[in-house]
Design a protein around this ligand. Structure first.
Ligand code: NCD
Length: 368
């Protein structure tokens, strides 16, 4: 029988601070408030990339590797399925999603969690005028974890605070909040980079180029931060000037002494990069309809020419969905990492969920 000492006592330190004070903290100072009270260094709520340092990233990557290995045999898969069979997770996605929704769902299934979902706020009682806070409290009556994606910046943070200060605290995983953060996408991106360069000297001294809509893409903000955990990783931002990376991202790089460059030349950047991270134009955020269509994005696409320029050990990544920013002729090149990236998402999310519930030892120490 598996009984965890911490079980039933999971709690984040969010109980010791008022919401406004918490909201106003610098991002890196939020980390201790989001950790599991009983498992120092382990996230309880996962809200922002600033919760992850290199040690935690490598720990989760190792756990994900273990899970994918154990899952290869029927016995191993059944063992994993037993670990969290007593837990239920709610997937609350009020913004479109395919991969993030499905990979979290699959991650829950690997660990045996039962799941429920709301994919459209209009089908819940919010439609009858119920506040989001009340809806979330309702979920916590029936579930043991909430995985949520919303168009509102900061909503997951507010909900995490509300839940931690309620009679039934349960963890929240932010699966994408507005234009702001997408911490679990950044985890799978780093996991993919770690695996890609594992036998080639690691992530140290690499150059990562981000290309596309860097202004409104939340995956870029989260991944740019996570990369600062690795020694001498240079970041290049290639975008039309209207969609260049925002100041807050650059301020973090400056404060950390990370070397970076802004450019509008994808070919040049590609020839100097170990990884090229393409993103789509996020036109759903257009303030005045059609504003993105008026921007010339023709130079910000990865095709046969760019492929020729990419170093032999380089990788092409994309959080997906893609439109035409990566030509399909690149899909079968061994350096195209976006399909593997998607599958990596399922394993690293399973690792995060297992760690959140305090089940690392059962995974790392089992005989499979
Ligand atoms: C990204 C997102 O939702 O921010 N997609 C994803 O989660 N895989 C990127 C995007 O929508 O362009």
């Amino acid at each position: 029988m598996i009984i965890m000492e911490s079980e039933g006592n999971e709690m984040a330190r969010l109980t010791s601070i008022g919401f406004k004070d918490f909201q106003n903290l610098p991002l890196e100072d939020k980390r201790p408030y989001l950790e599991n009270w009983n498992l120092p260094g382990t996230p309880y709520h996962t809200l922002i990339a600033q919760q992850f340092d290199r040690a935690l990233l490598e720990r989760l990557a190792a756990l994900a590797n273990r899970i994918r290995f154990i899952n290869k045999s029927r016995e191993g898969a059944l063992y994993l399925k037993g670990l969290l069979a007593h837990k239920r997770a709610m997937l609350y996605f009020s913004q479109p999603s395919s991969r993030t929704f499905l990979s979290h769902l699959a991650a829950c299934q690997i660990l045996g969690l039962t799941t429920g979902s709301v994919r459209d706020a209009a089908t819940s009682s919010e439609f009858k005028g119920e506040s989001k806070e009340d809806s979330i409290r309702t979920f916590s009556s029936y579930f043991d974890m909430i995985i949520m994606r919303t168009p509102e910046k900061g909503l997951a943070e507010q909900m995490a605070w509300e839940l931690s200060n309620s009679d039934r605290p349960i963890p929240i995983i932010n699966a994408g909040s507005g234009k702001d953060q997408h911490p679990t996408q950044a985890l799978l991106d780093v996991y993919t980079l770690l695996r890609s360069f594992e036998t080639k000297g690691g992530l140290k001294n690499r150059t990562v180029t981000f290309c596309g809509d860097l202004l409104r893409g939340r995956t870029v903000r989260s991944l740019s931060y996570l990369l600062t955990n690795f020694e001498n990783v240079r970041q290049v931002f290639v975008a039309p000037k209207e969609l260049q990376v925002p100041e807050d991202v650059l301020d973090i790089l400056k404060a950390k002494g990370v070397s970076y460059a802004l450019s509008d030349n994808l070919r040049e950047a590609t020839s100097l990069s170990d990884a090229v991270y393409m993103t789509r134009i996020q036109d759903e955020w257009d303030k005045d309809k059609g504003e993105s269509a008026r921007i010339d994005t023709s130079k910000f696409k990865f095709g046969a020419e760019e492929l020729k320029l990419l170093p032999k050990d380089g990788v092409i990544m994309h959080p997906l969905p893609r439109r035409d920013e990566i030509a399909t002729c690149c899909d079968h090149d061994p350096r195209a990492m976006y399909w593997r990236q998607m599958r990596n998402g399922m394993w690293i999310r399973a690792a995060l969920i297992a760690a959140t519930f305090g089940y690392e030892r059962e995974i790392l120490g089992c005989g499979y």
